[in-house]
Design a protein around this ligand. Structure first.
Ligand code: ADP
Ligand code: MG
Length: 268
């Protein structure tokens, strides 16, 4: 594939629809019939205590769950009404369309900032001319809120950046392949408050263009960045379920379930 100008235009977010997802590691069931629609261009926050299956659910949304040898799942995930798990779908294509940013920033530390941004393009076999590459690097670093800070040192190693900058570089690396969806698993948990704010600003700017699903333990963050919220719970060793989901303001101000109310107010 060769990049053309039209492919450099911002992509539109896709709608993710998870239907009756159950998941296992060996015979340990960790999710039980979880259904959640994540609308195009919206930010959906997944909240809930540790161990209730949020990361597992996220990894099912871009087929990373199947990288664990003991893992299995039931149910289906649709991206714009097309099954992510259908036999004719290439896994690399799924992971290009549905990107992932992790808790710990993981740029290639010895690789230049410039090449880090383009690393995903190489993996997906996308060819681009030198000027197209320069354009992609500038555009994606700008979208990730990092361009002004690094424009004069694009050949420096990614590992030389601060933690917050590294995380924004990882966001840029994900964006360079023009995903429809960006999954973020506690992207600010390893960062200081200022870096956290910068990432939140980036999320706000990306919203509308890219569908975002973010796991966070920070309730203020969920309230600040998300349009929709889903509260996961795994009571007493039972598999994780979604107790309640809906618009973020309703989840925080007028939740239907007492357990949601307790959780968002820090009572467990
Ligand atoms: P959360 O992100 O909400 O903290 P996880 O999805 O990480 O929850 O974990 C859900 C459950 O699945 C936990 O009981 C956890 O121990 C188990 N689990 C997660 N990853 C693995 C794995 N690779 N192998 C076996 N069990 C796992
Ligand atoms: Mg997790």
């Amino acid at each position: 594939m060769t990049l053309t100008e039209t492919q450099i235009a911002p992509p539109l977010g896709g709608t993710l629809d998870a239907r009756a997802i159950s998941a296992w590691f060996g015979d340990h069931k960790v999710l039980d019939r979880v259904s959640l629609a994540m609308p195009a261009g919206k930010v959906t926050a997944l909240i809930g205590p540790s161990g209730c299956g949020k990361s597992t659910f996220l990894r099912i949304l871009n087929r990373m769950h199947e990288l664990v040898p003991t893992a299995s799942l039931a149910g289906e995930v649709l991206l714009d009404d097309r099954d992510l798990y259908s036999a004719e779908r290439r896994v690399t294509d799924v992971r290009r369309q549905v990107g992932m940013v992790f808790q710990k920033p993981n740029p290639f530390p010895a690789m230049s900032i410039y090449d880090n941004v383009l690393a995903g393009l190489k993996l997906t076999g996308t060819r681009a001319s030198r000027s197209a590459r320069d354009g992609i690097v500038e555009e994606t670093l700008t979208r990730a809120g990092l361009w002004k800070e690094v424009r004069d040192r694009l050949r420096s190693p990614g590992g030389a950046l601060s933690g917050g900058q590294q995380q924004r570089l990882c966001i840029a690396r994900s964006l360079a392949v023009r995903p429809r969806v960006l999954l973020m698993d506690e992207p600010c948990s390893a960062l200081d408050p200022t870096s956290t704010r910068r990432i939140e600003e980036t999320i706000a700017e990306l919203a509308g263009e890219v569908t975002i699903v973010i796991v966070t333990h920070n309730m203020q963050q969920a309230a600040r960045v998300s349009d929709l919220c889903a509260f996961f719970l795994a009571a007493h060793g039972t598999p994780g379920v979604i107790v309640e989901h809906g618009p973020t303001d309703v989840m925080f101000d007028a939740p239907r379930d007492e357990r949601t109310n307790d959780y968002v107010n820090g009572r467990f």
